[in-house]
Every structure is written in structure tokens, then in C-alpha cells.
Design a protein. Structure first.
Length: 275
């Protein structure tokens, strides 16, 4: 049955601003003058540097919490772990990863049936884990239609697929392959975020190239490959939330490509008429 529960669509990231009115400006000036006379210079310099740094971290932590639940615990410890990962994030999320000649399947499937270009500009995206869209959220009807389409696939092939709570996000709807070839999150093919209705999934580098070129998504900022551990593979991609029935049909084709990469199985997802 479609999920008709209301979903909070407000995901906001606030810029770092410090606004001083006349009274606050006078108070700061008095404190600085007093500090120059009564506080050791090194201590005063450290205090002047520490105050904006602390405020900046507080603002950044608040923005992390505003992204909502995800794979990272919404705690200071979880935030600190993300600060470490930020040192290594992808600088260009719109370039595909290199192909691995030894990888199976050996090629993607979207080049044989190219995607159309996504109408309009790309949405604004923020965060690492969670990574979320800040605008252009899909409608609840589109979310339910996509979810119902994936559920129908699982019901029609129970020996191949199952739906459950995402292993990567720790919540939310996900599709799993029972016999995955490329394992990520216990065979997780894709998951849908209830907050912004975008998706995360894994694709063959060929299909990632097609998705990026046509504007349907972008790579996850932690999808690097190197000596630093990352909890997601370099094939991990965000797919923007479908906005209407046409978008749902295209996203279903991308999910088919994710199934091909995860389980080396070609399927045809029928777009559900349930909304």
C-alpha cells in the first residue's frame, strides 16, 4: 500500500552570520579595550580567534542536525567523524569514476537505452551522511508511485528481491537483491529518503556517466577510492527526487540499472498506477 503519511519537507541550511546592533557593538568594543589593558596579549588573541570559530562550528553542527536522520548518529561524536571525512570528499561530484576492466558486470545498460535530459536546473544538495536535496523535492504522489513500483517488482520476484529498512540509512524504504554480485549494505540496491524523496544507489561507471551527463543525479561526496576508509563504494550515487510521473518512469530505469550493477540481472520495472 502507498505510504500516505505526511512527510516533513523543510530541510534548511543556514549561513554563518554574526549581526551586531549598536548595543552589542558598544559592548564588544568595551570588552576589547578592557582586554587590551587587563588581559595578557596572547590570551586576548586566542579569545578573539576562538569566539568566531566556536560560533562557526555551532552553526555547522546545527545545519548537520537540520538535514534530518541518516546513516550518521545525530551526536557530537557523529559530527566529529564527518569532519574527518570532509578532508577527503570528492571535489567534483559530476565526473564519473574510472572503469575497472576486471569488474563485473563489464558494462552498464543505460548506453543502449539513453536517458533523456532532466528538465530544469539541478537541485541544491548539502551534507555527507546524510546527503539531502534542499529544494525541488518530489511530490508525495511521486514518492508513493516510485515506492509502489519497486514493491511490485519485489512481489513479482520474491526469489530475487526483498524490501526492508535500509542498512545504510538505518531507516527508510530500501530494495535488496537476494544474490548480489556487488555487495553494498547486505545487497542493498537502492533506498529512498522520506525527507526529500531522493534516492541513493550504486551504478556501473558507464551508467554513472550517463546519469551525470543527463542531469539526473550526482556522486556521493564520500564515494572516493583510496587509502582512507569510506563507508560507501566509489559507485555510490544520489538520484534526485522524481517530481512527476515522467520523472518516476526515468528513475525506475535508473533503478533497473542499479539492479543490473548489483545483481547482474536485467529487469523491467512497471510504473505503478497507485499514488
Amino acid at each position: 500500500m502507498p505510504d500516505l503519511l505526511p512527510v516533513n519537507m523543510v530541510i534548511r541550511q543556514d549561513p554563518f552570520l554574526i549581526t551586531l546592533d549598536a548595543s552589542a557593538l558598544l559592548a564588544v568594543s568595551i570588552l576589547l579595550v578592557a582586554g587590551m589593558h587587563f588581559v595578557e596579549h596572547l590570551m586576548l588573541e586566542l579569545l578573539i580567534l576562538a569566539v568566531p570559530i566556536i560560533l562557526l562550528i555551532r552553526n555547522d553542527y546545527t545545519n548537520f542536525l537540520k538535514l534530518g536522520p541518516g546513516g550518521t548518529p545525530p551526536t557530537p561524536a557523529g559530527y566529529a567523524r564527518l569532519m574527518w571525512y570532509r578532508l577527503f570528499i570528492l571535489r567534483d561530484p559530476f565526473s564519473p569514476p574510472p572503469r575497472d576492466p576486471s569488474q563485473l558486470p563489464s558494462a552498464g545498460i543505460l548506453q543502449s537505452r539513453p536517458l533523456p535530459y532532466r528538465p530544469g536546473p539541478r537541485p541544491s544538495v548539502a551534507g555527507l551522511a546524510p546527503q539531502r536535496q534542499l529544494n525541488q523535492h518530489g511530490s508525495l504522489a511521486s514518492y508513493n508511485q516510485l515506492k509502489s513500483s519497486i514493491e511490485a517488482l519485489s512481489r513479482s520476484s520474491p526469489d530475487k528481491f526483498v524490501t526492508a529498512t535500509s542498512c545504510l540509512e538505518k531507516h527508510g524504504f530500501a530494495l535488496f537483491a537476494r544474490r548480489p554480485l556487488n555487495v553494498c549494505g547486505n545487497g542493498e540496491v537502492c533506498h529512498i529518503h522520506t525527507s526529500d524523496r531522493s534516492l541513493h544507489l550504486n551504478l556501473h561507471p558507464d551508467d554513472i556517466k550517463e546519469v551525470l551527463l543527463k542531469g539526473w543525479g550526482q556522486r556521493h561526496p564520500m564515494a572516493w577510492k583510496g587509502w582512507v576508509y569510506t563507508p560507501v563504494p566509489n559507485t555510490f550515487v544520489m538520484i534526485y527526487a522524481p517530481r512527476d510521473e515522467t520523472d518516476v518512469a526515468i528513475v525506475c530505469k535508473i533503478v533497473e540499472a542499479a539492479i543490473w550493477y548489483t545483481a547482474s540481472d536485467k529487469v523491467d520495472i512497471k510504473v505503478s498506477t497507485e499514488v
